[in-house]
Design a protein around this ligand. Structure first.
Ligand code: KIV
Length: 295
């Protein structure tokens, strides 16, 4: 029996499932790729209905949903749980699951096994992982297993302790050269796309022009082949810290606060629940109940 919900079916109407080939075609036709993060069913529904190309279940989950200071504590089980919810909501966007810290760094075999779980158990179409040449073997093994891989270079948050904080990357000639070499390597290994995070705009434009595979930028300027944002940042849901490169399209934290305060006031003043929110029983049944209980 299909577990697809009514809403999810509705969202898929009018759009074919987006594939990794569609992203490559978009680049070839100079069409910009849109990507957003999601971690739950209702957000996935809305992003899918909006027509966004790619949904990333990012390990930013750790910071914007689970309240950790960085992405390092996020586990495979955390990721799979949220990927499953997103997969139930999104029927047409390409779904990418983010491999968490320590799920691909210890051995290629473990990397393949964990990458496989995103597709086999959690309904993802592809995985993303962070790093360049130091991840060559893991990336190669995952791709050889038939799993599409999105790379991630620049500010790779799982290396926050190595970087000494969330700092832009590739700002010296040497660092820029290393980034370009890593980007070319990821393409050669067979990655279908590449996230560039917190990289100087002219460097990401240069890399995007040199590559056949599409680049997706975050804090990397307008010269990438696509853009991604963390949806909680875009919606103004995550108040703790907003990076400079985020554009806020809503103030949902403010909206939540207003709604919660209005509810509290209604409860305290007995304005809620009103008659229309209340279930009643027929008068004769009530009278019968009173007669029986007081007899
Ligand atoms: O985890 C995440 O949300 C990401 C994006 C910022 C690209 O990796």
């Amino acid at each position: 029996m299909s577990t697809t919900t009514y809403d999810a079916q509705a969202s898929s109407r009018g759009r074919k499932k987006v594939t990794v080939l569609d992203l490559r075609n978009k680049k070839q036709h100079n069409e910009i790729i849109s990507m957003l993060t999601a971690y739950d069913y209702p957000t996935a529904l809305a992003i899918d209905q909006a027509g966004i190309d790619v949904i990333l279940v990012g390990d930013s989950l750790g910071m914007v949903v689970l309240g950790y200071a960085n992405t390092l504590p996020v586990t495979m089980e955390d990721m799979l749980h949220h990927c499953k919810a997103v997969a139930r909501g999104a029927q047409t966007a390409l779904l990418v699951g983010d491999m968490p810290f320590m799920s691909y760094q210890t051995s290629s075999m473990e990397a393949v096994r964990n990458a496989g779980r995103f597709l086999q158990e959690a309904g993802m179409d592809a995985i993303k992982l962070e790093g360049g040449s130091e991840r060559r073997e893991a990336i190669q093994a995952i791709i050889e297993a038939g799993i599409p891989v999105m790379g991630h270079l620049g500010l790779t948050p799982q290396s926050v302790n190595q970087f000494g904080g969330f700092r832009p990357q590739g700002r010296t000639a040497q660092a820029a050269r290393r980034l370009l070499q890593d980007a070319l390597l990821l393409q050669e290994l067979g990655c279908f796309s590449l996230v560039l995070e917190s990289v100087p705009a002219r460097l990401s434009s240069y890399i995007s022009e040199r590559l056949d595979i599409p680049t997706i930028g975050i804090g990397a300027g307008a010269g990438c082949d696509g853009q991604v944002l963390v949806s909680h940042d875009l919606l103004g849901l995550f108040e703790r810290f907003t990076p400079r490169f985020v554009k806020k399209y809503a103030d949902l934290h403010g909206e939540m606060l207003r709604a919660f305060q209005a509810y509290m006031q209604d409860v305290e003043t007995l304005a809620f629940p009103a008659e229309e929110h209340t279930v009643e029983m027929p008068e004769n049944e009530w009278q019968a109940f009173l007669a029986e209980t007081s007899a």
